[in-house]
Design a protein around this ligand. Structure first.
Ligand code: 13P
Length: 250
C-alpha cells in the first residue's frame, strides 16, 4: 500500500545553508524507503533548493498559496509561481494559518485555484477543542463542506485531507490524538464525503493524521488508526526522528 508522509518544516530553518543540509539529510533517509510518497514542504524561500535533489518518491510541497490567481497582491505567492518552481502539493487551511485569518471561504478559493493550475491541495481540518457533547464534529463538518464547496467529484482524487486537531499541533500541544480519536474522525470525514459526493469517492480519498507525530506513535496511527499517512511538523526537521518515522512505516 502506498502511504503519504508530508514534512511541514513550518518557518524553519533560518538560513539557506541549513535548508540545504536538511534537504540533503532528508533525501539520504528517503533513499531506502519504499511504498511511501514523501512530500517535503519547506518555506517559500527554500523551494528552489529542491531542484538539486531528485528522487521519484519525493515531491515538493508548499505551505501556503495566495487565494488570488494573479495580480497586484503585495506579499502573495501565486499558484502559477509554485507550479513553475516544481511544486506539486500545497498545504491549505493549516490550523496555524487559520489562526492568522484563513477562513473556510478563503481555503475554498485557494483549493479552486490550485486545481485550476493542476496542483494538489492538502486540505487541513481540525477542531481547537474536543467538547464532550461532540460539537467538534459539526465544526469539522463545516470546515469540509465549506472548503470543498463547488469542487466537482472528479477532482477529489487530486485532494488529500489531513485531520490535524489544533490542540495536538506544535510545541503547545496538550497531547497527540489517540488512534481511536483519529479513526472516529476518519470515518466521520468519509461519511461527509460520501454524503456530498459518493461512497466510492469517500472510499478512495486519502486521509492523513497530523499533530505531534513522532517515531513512537507513527505505527499506531497507521496500523491501528487506519491513517493513510502522516503530516509531520517538528520531527520532520530533525533528521534522526524523521528517519525513525519513515523506518517505522516500512
Ligand atoms: P507537530 O508535528 O510539530 O505537532 O506539527 C504538526 C503540524 O502542524 C504539521 O502540519
Amino acid at each position: 500500500m502506498n502511504r503519504v508522509v508530508v514534512a511541514n518544516w513550518k518557518m524553519n530553518p533560518p538560513s539557506q545553508k541549513e535548508a540545504e543540509v536538511l534537504f540533503k539529510a532528508s533525501h539520504s533517509l528517503i533513499k531506502n524507503i519504499k511504498n511511501t510518497k514523501i512530500i517535503i514542504c519547506p518555506p517559500f524561500p527554500f523551494l528552489f533548493i529542491a531542484k538539486k535533489f531528485k528522487n521519484k518518491n519525493v515531491f515538493l510541497g508548499s505551505q501556503n498559496v495566495s487565494s488570488e490567481a494573479e495580480g497586484s497582491y503585495t506579499g502573495e505567492v501565486s499558484p502559477k509561481m509554485l507550479k513553475n518552481m516544481g511544486v506539486s502539493y500545497v498545504i491549505v487551511g493549516h490550523g496555524e494559518r487559520r489562526l492568522l485569518g484563513d477562513t473556510n471561504e478563503i481555503v475554498n478559493k485557494k483549493i479552486l485555484n490550485l486545481l485550476k493550475f493542476k496542483l494538489f491541495p492538502i486540505l487541513c481540518v481540525g477542531e481547537n477543542k474536543r467538547e464532550s457533547d461532540g460539537r467538534y464534529l459539526s465544526f469539522v463538518e463545516e470546515q469540509i463542506k465549506n472548503s470543498l464547496f463547488g469542487i466537482p467529484g472528479t477532482q477529489l482524487k487530486n485532494i488529500i485531507i489531513a485531520y490535524e486537531p489544533i490542540w495536538a499541533i506544535g510545541k503547545n500541544a496538550t497531547r497527540e490524538a489517540t488512534k481511536d480519536e483519529f479513526m472516529e474522525m476518519k470515518i466521520f470525514i468519509k461519511k461527509i464525503i460520501a454524503d456530498i459526493y459518493s461512497p466510492k469517492i469517500a472510499h478512495s480519498i486519502i486521509i492523513l493524521y497530523g499533530g505531534s507525530v513522532n517515531p513512537q506513535n507513527t505505527k499506531s496511527f497507521i496500523e491501528d488508526g487506519g491513517a493513510e499517512g502522516l503530516l509531520v511538523g517538528r520531527d520532520s526537521i530533525n533528521p534522526k526522528k524523521f528517519g525513525a518515522i519513515l523506518s517505522a512505516l516500512n
